[in-house]
Ligand binder design. Structure first.
Ligand code: ADE
Ligand code: ZN
Length: 335
């Protein structure tokens, strides 16, 4: 079996996908038409051409602007289902999906519209593709912690359908410790905790994510590799890292995909996974992210990455064991 078919056939979980980052330009134009709002680009091609970034903030500016076409429950349903159509075609059998409620509530779109729309899309994906999923509510770190508290409060009626909280948006200048109290509150109500750290921010931000936010999983984590003791700790604690190769390249976290640290992470014993982050903006869904770094990896590494995606998920132990067994069965068949 050739490598592309092997990657496509591997059962996998996606643990780092911002649902707003799966808004393809074609859908942005379709929703703008449906909702009678305007987009400041003349064509789909012009919008796609604007997807050229030299740092995280360049991307975030256009990502928040793009989200303005999302207004109704149907929009959020359609967005989620379109992602799951792509993910299922890529062999994703489970996804843990970030959403950024503040991006929408700040524009007057109620939390209810966002949450119910996404949950309906997730249910439709389960029925259509058999893909299971969980929701992770992200706090925007460029906003004050009080706003994050207000968002957690607004989420109260949905907390039985939300697996955890995350922390995203502009990393530099917004350290994890600024969100210590809201993460503690989320932990107290039994939510899982994850945070973006070490994407652009220094290793000290990764340490804060561990020691102050008490994360169950780390998003990106690339810059942890600058600190040997921290790297050894992440390996010892079997901390899952949700790594996003195409994102890292598009946002200039790595200059060249040939130098991407994914293989080094695995050699150092880190529980790394491969994910798409914001696939509509960075040039591909999960299999494209695997393919982008296959030159650095062995087939055994690809199997490890797929196994890690389930081991690092928030599924229960029986589901994890079932999915890991499916990875192993595929690997044996594909030899
Ligand atoms: N929001 C969406 N994608 C993000 C990323 N890669 N880093 C931080 N915030 C984000
Ligand atoms: Zn991300």
């Amino acid at each position: 079996m050739n490598l592309d078919s092997f990657i496509a056939g591997l059962p996998k979980a996606e643990l780092h996908i911002h649902i707003e980052g799966s808004l393809e330009p074609e859908m942005a134009f379709a929703l703008a038409r449906r909702n009678r709002v305007s987009i400041p680009f003349p064509t789909v091609e012009a919008l796609r051409d604007a997807y050229s970034f030299s740092r995280l903030q360049d991307f975030l500016d256009i990502y928040y602007q793009g989200a303005q076409v999302l207004l109704t429950e149907e929009d959020f349903h359609d967005l989620a289902l379109a992602y799951f159509d792509q993910a299922a075609a890529d062999g994703v059998v489970h996804a843990e999906m970030f959403f950024d409620p503040q991006t929408h509530t700040a524009r007057g779109v109620p939390f209810q519209v966002v949450a119910d729309g996404l949950l309906a899309g997730m249910a439709a994906a389960k029925a259509k593709h058999g893909v299971s999923s969980k929701l992770i509510l992200c706090f925007l770190r460029h906003l004050p912690e009080d706003d994050a508290f207000a968002t957690l409060k607004a989420a109260e009626p949905w907390l039985d359908r939300i697996a955890g909280v995350g922390l995203d948006s502009s990393e530099l200048g917004h350290p994890p410790e600024n969100f210590a109290r809201v993460f503690a509150a989320a932990g107290d109500i039994g939510l899982k905790r994850v945070a973006h750290a070490g994407e652009e921010g220094p290793p000290a931000y990764v340490v804060q994510a561990l020691d102050v936010l008490h994360v169950d999983r780390l998003d990106h984590g690339n810059r942890a590799l600058e600190d040997d003791a921290l790297t050894a700790r992440l390996a010892r604690e079997a901390m899952t890292l949700t790594v996003c190769p195409l994102s890292n390249h598009k946002l200039c976290v790595v200059d060249d995909l040939a130098d991407h640290p994914i293989a080094r992470m695995l050699r150092l014993g880190l529980r790394a996974t491969i994910n798409s982050d914001d696939p509509a903006f960075f040039g591909g869904y999960i299999n494209a992210n695997y393919r982008a770094v296959t030159d650095l990896l062995t087939r055994e590494d690809l199997i490890t990455l797929a196994r890690n995606s389930f081991l690092g998920s928030f599924l229960g132990p029986e589901d994890i064991a079932r999915h890991v067994a499916a990875v192993d069965a595929f690997a044996t068949r594909a030899k």
